[in-house]
Write a protein that binds this ligand. Structure first.
Ligand code: KG4
Ligand code: ZN
Length: 338
């Protein structure tokens, strides 16, 4: 069964075809990063206009190797995300499903991030070797604990079965990716902040004293105090940007790893599944791999950040559990999970 996935929730216009919820046939991502970088963050109005310009060429490119009659359904992100951006994807998906007489499957972007862990790239579309290959899906086992760390969310979610999610924790202020983006701005590094901080941290050491918000009584996270402490450290005197970046990265990773592993032990889960753009961070993934008592599944970096293959994979499992949408499908910008 082949599903076409469409993703336009933020600043990536993406389309992909995935077979049986795991084999990637095509995966096209048109990033708007260069356009938004000059403003230091995503400008919603600019994002939706750019999606309008790009979405059809991106879908056509994803469909070059596949015949429309072989497509069994179209999965599209309907939330959470920027309203104007989501509207582009949802309306294009409605138009195509109507014309091609296909089912439309609304997909929750957060659930889609989790489903990146089911993807097995085909050899042609898989640019990584060695370590990356080993990190790939070794077969997900339920119940598993999912950490979604993206630009807008830091959620800890218990997944008992396909489509069954229970939210255990969330961020009380900044999301992990948002904290990386704000820290990069404080340090005068580029946008998006995550890759910029990771790059800068390579030539530094995590030697600076930065706080960790453990929030011991709950599975929630908090990163705004850390960001403020970084600001004070930088404005107080001479600190090297590389050391500050390494110290910040380590502080965020420490908390994410320790709290997730603690929850995994409490809940006796089989595995930990990482997802979202921040899961592309190697300090974070190495800490998980070294410290976790249960297997940790991590998508390769290009499937951690926004893409449509994860939307197609999620759509496949939605279809299996009869979660098909109607043409009434509308965007839900503040959609949550669990
Ligand atoms: O999942 P994603 O692509 O989009 C959202 O759904 O938000 O995540 C984007 C976030 C950005 O905040 C970006 O700075 C962060 O993921 N990110 C990283 C890395 N790559 C992307 N954070 C830390 N290290 C990275 N290598
Ligand atoms: Zn995302």
């Amino acid at each position: 069964m082949k599903i076409l996935g469409i993703e336009t929730s933020c600043d990536e216009t993406a389309a992909a075809v995935v077979e049986d919820g795991s084999r990637i046939i095509s995966n096209v991502v048109a990033s708007q990063i260069d356009i938004h970088a000059r403003y230091g963050g995503v400008v919603p109005e600019v994002a939706s206009r750019q999606h309008l310009l790009t979405v059809i060429p991106v879908i056509n490119q994803a469909m070059t190797e596949v015949a429309w009659q072989d497509i069994n359904g179209i999965a599209v992100t309907f939330g959470p995300g920027l309203a104007g951006s989501l509207l582009v994807g949802v309306n294009v998906a409605k138009a195509i499903t109507l014309a091609k007489k296909l089912p439309i499957i609304g997909v929750n972007h957060l659930e889609a991030h989790i489903y990146a862990n089911w993807l097995k790239p085909s050899s042609q579309s898989y640019p990584f070797k060695g370590e990356e290959t080993e990190r790939m899906n070794c077969g997900v086992k339920f119940p598993c604990l999912c950490l979604i760390v993206s630009g807008g969310h830091s959620d800890l979610v218990l997944m008992k079965e396909h489509g069954q999610f229970e939210k255990l924790g969330r961020t009380r202020d900044d999301a992990a990716g948002e904290a990386f983006d704000k820290a990069a701005r404080i340090l005068g590094l580029g946008y998006p902040g995550g890759p910029a901080i990771e790059q800068a941290a390579c030539s530094g050491t995590p030697c600076l004293p930065l706080p960790r918000a453990w929030l011991k009584e709950s599975h929630d996270f908090s990163f705004s105090g850390l960001k403020t402490a970084l600001w004070h450290l930088v404005h107080k005197g001479e600190v090297s940007v590389a050391d500050a970046a390494a110290s910040f990265q380590m502080a965020v990773s420490d908390v994410l790893v320790a709290k997730t592993i603690e929850a995994a032990k409490q809940l006796k889960v089989e595995q930990i599944l990482l997802s979202g753009g921040v899961a592309a961070n190697r300090t974070l993934t190495q800490l998980f791999l070294v410290n976790s008592p249960v297997p940790v599944i991590i998508p390769p970096p290009y499937l951690c950040t926004d893409n449509a293959a994860m939307v197609a994979a999620c759509g496949y499992y939605n279809l299996q559990t009869c979660k098909i949408s109607s043409y009434e499908l509308d965007v839900v910008p503040s959609l949550g999970i669990g």
